[in-house]
Design a binder for this molecule. Structure first.
Ligand code: FAD
Length: 464
C-alpha cells in the first residue's frame, strides 16, 4: 500500500459502511474503513467480522415483484459487493435470499481487506474527522460519537427509539365501512396520541385528510381482547422498555384497562359516521403516509405484536378486512437522525458538509436498505470528489424511493421515522387502470433504473 492519507474515511463496517467503502475504492479513492470491533462491541454484535448480520440471516424476498426483491435486483445491477457475497453464500429459503452468515461476513471482510484501496482500521471513532467521512455506525451508535453527532444536529434531531405504526395500501381500505373526516371537521389543534400535531395544523387541508374506521361496542371489545391475547415480541436484553406516554404501544394501553384505547388512539370524539350520523363507539384513524396518498398509517398504533398477529387483529377492524400491509408496526431500540431536516441531497450534514451519513442512521430500516443507502451516498461522494456528474436514482425505483424518503423536504410537524422498502415509497402509476399494479410499478422501476445506470458516467476508475 503506497498511500497514507485516505481520501475518505468510512466509520462502521456493517451493511452500509462495507458497501460504501467498496464502491469508493472501486472508483479509485483511498478509503480508511474504521470499525470498532473487536476493540469495542455493541450489545448486538458478536463477531469481529465486517458485514455482520445482527439478527436474522435473511435478506428477505428475492421475488422480483416484492419490494425487497426489486431492491436487490437494483443492487445487483449497480454492482453491490454485499449482495454479490450474499448470492455466493445463499442457503435454501424458498423465495427469500437467506445466507450462511459467517461465510457471508467472512467474504465481505476478505474482499474489503484485500482491496488495495482500502485500509481497515480497528478502533472506535469518538469524533468527526475534518476530511470527507461517511458515518455508518448503525442503529446502536452511542457513546461519545453519538453525543458528538447529536450536538452537531442541534440536540433534538437524533432519535434513540423507533415506534412505528403499521402502514396499509390506500386502495386496500374498504370505504363501504371507512369514511373520510377530520376530527371536529378540522383536526386543527388536537395533538395525536403519537405526539404529532395533525397535518392540517397549518390550516390548509384539514377536512377529510383522515380515514376513519368505526367500531361498534362489540367490535371494540373483541378487538381489545384480541390485542390482549396476541403474541408480542419481547424486547432484547439491551432494550429497556421505557415508553413515553405519547408513544405507548397499543398492547400496553389495552392491558391498562378495557377503555384505555377508547380514550387514546381509538377515541371517537369529534367524529360522526356519515352513514348513521352518530358518533362511533371507537375508531381507528388513518393518516396519509406519503405525498402520493397511496399509503396510510394507523395513527398511534405502534406495537410489539408479532407481524402475523398484527395482520389478523387489525383486519378485524371494519374497513381493514382486506387491508394490504405495506409494513407492520414495531418498537425497538434504534438510532437515527432527522435526515430531511438536517441532511442535504448528498446525505451531507448541512452544517458540516464533509460529514455524510449512510445506512440505518439516515432513517432506513433493514440490511438491504442500509446497504442501498451506503451505495448511493458513496456514488454521490465519488461524483463530488472526482467531478463526475451522477444524479440520484430515479424516484420510481426502489433505491430512488428510499433516497426520496431520506432527502425529500417534509411538511411542518412531520415526524420522521425509518422505513423498509415498499411500494408506498414510489409515485403512483399514471392513469386509472388498477390491475397488476405492483407488476407494472416493478416494470417501470426496472426500466427507469436501467436507464439511470446506462447514463452513469463511465468508466469508474478501477482499483490501483
Ligand atoms: C438487535 C437488532 C436486530 C436487527 N435485526 C434485523 C433483521 O433481522 N433484519 C434486518 O433487515 N435488519 C435488522 N436490524 C436492523 C439492522 O441493524 C440494520 O438493518 C443494518 O444492520 C444496519 O446497517 P448499518 O450499516 O447502518 O449498521 P450496522 O450493520 O449495525 O453496522 C454498524 C457498524 O459500525 C460499527 N461502529 C459503531 N460505532 C462505531 C464507532 N464509534 N467507531 C467505529 N465503528 C463503530 C459497529 O461495530 C458496526 O460494525 C436489526 C437491528 C438490531 C439493533
Amino acid at each position: 500500500m503506497t498511500w497514507r492519507d485516505p481520501d475518505v474515511t468510512v466509520v462502521g463496517g456493517g451493511m452500509a459502511g462495507s458497501e460504501a467503502a467498496w464502491q469508493l475504492a472501486e472508483a479509485g479513492l483511498h478509503v480508511a474503513l474504521v470499525e470498532m470491533k473487536p476493540c469495542a462491541m455493541s450489545p448486538a454484535h458478536q463477531s469481529p467480522l465486517l458485514g455482520e448480520l445482527v439478527c436474522s440471516n435473511s435478506l428477505r424476498s428475492d421475488d422480483p415483484i416484492a419490494p425487497a426483491g426489486l431492491l436487490k435486483q437494483e443492487l445487483r445491477k449497480a454492482g453491490s459487493m454485499v449482495i454479490a457475497c450474499a448470492d455466493h453464500h445463499r442457503v435454501p429459503a424458498g423465495q427469500a435470499l437467506a445466507v450462511e452468515r459467517f461465510g457471508f461476513a467472512r467474504a465481505i471482510t476478505e474482499r474489503l481487506a484485500l482491496h488495495p484501496n482500502i485500509r481497515i482500521e480497528r478502533r472506535r471513532i469518538d469524533d468527526l474527522p475534518s476530511h470527507p467521512v461517511i458515518v455508518a455506525t448503525g442503529p446502536l451508535t452511542e457513546g461519545k460519537l453519538g453525543e458528538v453527532i447529536r450536538a452537531e444536529l442541534g440536540g433534538d434531531r437524533m432519535y434513540f427509539y423507533d415506534a412505528i405504526a403499521p402502514i396499509v395500501a390506500a386502495d386496500s381500505i374498504d370505504f363501504d365501512f371507512a369514511f373520510r373526516a377530520s376530527r371536529w371537521g378540522r383536526d386543527a389543534d388536537a395533538p395525536d396520541r403519537d405526539g404529532e400535531h395533525d397535518r392540517a395544523a397549518g390550516g390548509d387541508t384539514g377536512v377529510g385528510d383522515y380515514v376513519n374506521c368505526p367500531l361498534t361496542q362489540e367490535q371494540y371489545r373483541a378487538f381489545v381482547d384480541a390485542v390482549n391475547a396476541g403474541r408480542k415480541i419481547l424486547p432484547h436484553d439491551f432494550e429497556e422498555p421505557r415508553y413515553f406516554e405519547s408513544c405507548m404501544p397499543i398492547e400496553v394501553m389495552a392491558e391498562r384497562g378495557p377503555e384505555t384505547l377508547r380514550f387514546g388512539p381509538m377515541r371517537p370524539i369529534g367524529l360522526s359516521d356519515p352513514r348513521t350520523g352518530a358518533r362511533p363507539w371507537a375508531v381507528v384513524q388513518l393518516r396519509p403516509e406519503n405525498r402520493y396518498q397511496t399509503a396510510y398509517n394507523l395513527v398511534g398504533f405502534q406495537t410489539r405484536l408479532a407481524y402475523p398477529e398484527q395482520q389478523k387483529i387489525f383486519q378485524m377492524v371494519p374497513g381493514l378486512h382486506r387491508a394490504e400491509f405495506l409494513r407492520f408496526g414495531s418498537i425497538h431500540r434504534n438510532t437515527y437522525i432527522d435526515a430531511p431536516a438536517r441532511l442535504g441531497a448528498s446525505f451531507e450534514l448541512r452544517s458540516r458538509p464533509n460529514v455524510r451519513f449512510a445506512g440505518l442512521l439516515t432513517g432506513v430500516e433493514g440490511y438491504i436498505e442500509s446497504c442501498a443507502m451506503g451505495l448511493v451516498v458513496s456514488w454521490l461522494l465519488v461524483a463530488e470528489l472526482t467531478g463526475r456528474a451522477v444524479t440520484p436514482p430515479p424516484a420510481t425505483t426502489m433505491m430512488g424511493g428510499l433516497y426520496q424518503h431520506v432527502t425529500a423536504p417534509r411538511e411542518r410537524d412531520y415526524k420522521y421515522g425509518p422505513t423498509n422498502v415498499n411500494y408506498g415509497l414510489l409515485p403512483p402509476l399514471a392513469g386509472a387502470r388498477k390491475d397488476n399494479r405492483k407488476q407494472r410499478m416493478a416494470d417501470r422501476a426496472r426500466s427507469d433504473f436501467d436507464a439511470w445506470i446506462r447514463e452513469r458516467p463511465e468508466p469508474i476508475r478501477q482499483s490501483v
